[in-house]
Design a protein around this ligand. Structure first.
Ligand SMILES: NC(=O)c1ccc[n+]([C@@H]2O[C@H](COP(=O)([O-])OP(=O)(O)OC[C@H]3O[C@@H](n4cnc5c(N)ncnc54)[C@H](O)[C@@H]3O)[C@@H](O)[C@H]2O)c1
Length: 430
């Protein structure tokens, strides 16, 4: 921590039970003294969007340091933020950091809060470093790509509690007031015993950033992180985790007993699509008898639908317009999608907690949903039935031996440029 963050320096000296009281004292000094210093790690679309929400949520917040794996990814996003928020987003060049170790420099620059928005692979590493550095966190979903990452999150969570640090996440549906109300109603029995959940996340194609001759294989993969399981977790983890999170919420934030499913690459046959699947379908069975069917597909020219339906003994409830809910059966009611993006309330809550010294830590519930999504991928990539203990104790670590542009990524192209990918029934995926 640099000298110009007296709060963070003092925070590192505080221990145990004295923490929240002491933090409250520190926080009032904090409120009087200056604004909250915000750092960003991962300057992509989502990182910039989260910064904009943070700056909108509280006028006394200032973006002070940014990091990205690539220097060329920083400028455009920052310029757009500067146009919108003026000097509150005017980060001097001396605090633009690039490279695999850029996150350490942001954490060492005196920030109070950091937004983690790099590809999911790096989340457990960056989250742990932030908490060790005494910095509050807003972490984008998903939180990890493998079981070792999940276990690391749980250790980091214990450390965050010990240090009195706040951690919020980008699972925005959790912060939507109508969705919260719907979940309360469902847990209070509004649709009777919940018997089944049906979720679909079926869309078309996303971006691809091409390949340049001067890029090493590692650079190519990190730039096109979406298409490599070790970086994104595959799209069942990267994208469908939103609905899987709703599913675990319905189940009372408890894990399923087992998962099985199928998936493959019907359209993604060209090398540019790396090693991820283009469809997954998973059946999760919970210990209380609840069965959930989760399908996710990224293919062109097919019927698309993003939907989430909960079927109970006395009716059903369905997510509408990504933030509202419709009940049918014993209760007929529509809870409208809020006009304000739920992320604004996430940041308001986070700033209020930081200023008042009341900590909250959402790592456990979001680590759980992430691990349930990873368990689904283990099932689709392997073609096997996977149980929760086997999934969470898996030693399969999706990571390179070292993080450097000249290092080998965990998956390398064959001579024809294509990448080895999972074959259900033959691949050991957990
Ligand atoms: N909550 C939501 O609805 C939502 C929506 C979109 C994306 N996301 C999540 O946000 C994250 C980022 O997604 P995005 O769409 O902004 O992707 P993006 O590719 O636009 O941005 C990611 C940025 O991280 C950089 N990066 C790569 N490795 C890095 C490293 N080791 N250190 C620092 N920076 C690194 C990349 O160069 C890139 O600029 C993903 O986890 C994604 O799942 C969440």
């Amino acid at each position: 921590m640099s000298e110009w963050s007296p709060l963070a320096t003092r925070r590192t000296l505080l221990k145990g039970a004295a923490m929240s009281l002491a933090l409250a004292g520190a926080s009032s000094a904090f409120t009087r003294r200056r604004s909250i210093r915000l750092g960003l790690i991962g300057c992509g679309g989502r990182g910039a969007g989260a910064v904009a929400s943070a700056l909108r949520a509280d006028p006394n917040v200032q973006l002070t340091a940014v990091a990205d794996a690539f220097a060329d990814r920083i400028g455009a996003r920052l310029n757009a933020l500067k146009q919108q928020f003026g000097e509150r987003a005017d980060v001097p060049r001396s605090r633009h950091f690039a490279g695999f170790d850029a996150y350490e420099k942001v954490l060492d620059s005196g920030v109070d809060l950091v937004i983690l928005a790099s590809p999911p692979h790096f989340r457990p590493i960056h989250l742990r470093a932030a908490i060790e550095a005494g910095v509050h966190v807003f972490a984008e979903k998903p939180m990890a790509v493998d079981a070792p990452g999940y276990r690391s999150l749980l250790e980091t969570s214990a450390l965050a509690n010990k240090k009195g640090l706040c951690v919020a996440s980008g699972f925005e549906l959790r912060y939507s007031p109508p969705v919260r109300q719907a979940m309360e109603m469902i847990h209070d029995g509004a649709i009777g015993d919940v018997r089944a959940v049906f979720a679909t996340y079926n869309i078309g194609y996303l971006w691809h950033r091409g390949r340049r001759p001067e890029w090493t294989e590692m650079e190519y993969q990190v730039r096109n992180w979406y298409y490599f399981t070790w970086l994104s977790g595959d799209h069942i983890v990267e994208q469908c985790v939103h609905l899987i999170d709703l599913m675990t919420w319905v189940a009372g934030d408890r894990p399923p007993a087992t998962a099985w499913g199928y998936g493959g690459r019907a359209q993604r046959t060209e090398p540019k699509w790396g090693d991820i699947f283009d469809h997954h379908a998973v059946v999760y069975d919970f210990p209380n008898g609840l069965r959930a069917s989760v399908m996710t597909r990224q293919q062109l020219n097919c019927f698309n639908q993003v939907s989430f339906r909960i079927v109970g003994a006395k009716g059903d409830a369905e997510l509408i317009r990504w933030g509202g809910f419709r009940f049918r059966g014993a209760i007929t009611r529509e809870l409208r999608t809020p006009s304000e993006h739920p992320e604004l309330s996430t940041f308001r809550r986070l700033f209020q907690a930081i200023r008042s010294g009341t900590m909250f830590n959402e790592i456990p519930q979001f680590a759980l949903s992430t691990m349930v999504a990873i368990m689904g991928r283990m099932a689709t990539h392997s073609g096997q039935l996977v149980d929760w203990p086997t999934a969470t104790e898996s030693q399969l670590r999706l990571a390179p031996n070292r993080y450097a542009w000249d290092a080998d990524p965990p998956v390398l192209p064959r001579t024809d440029g294509s990448y080895p990918h999972a074959i259900p029934g033959f691949t050991q995926a957990f």
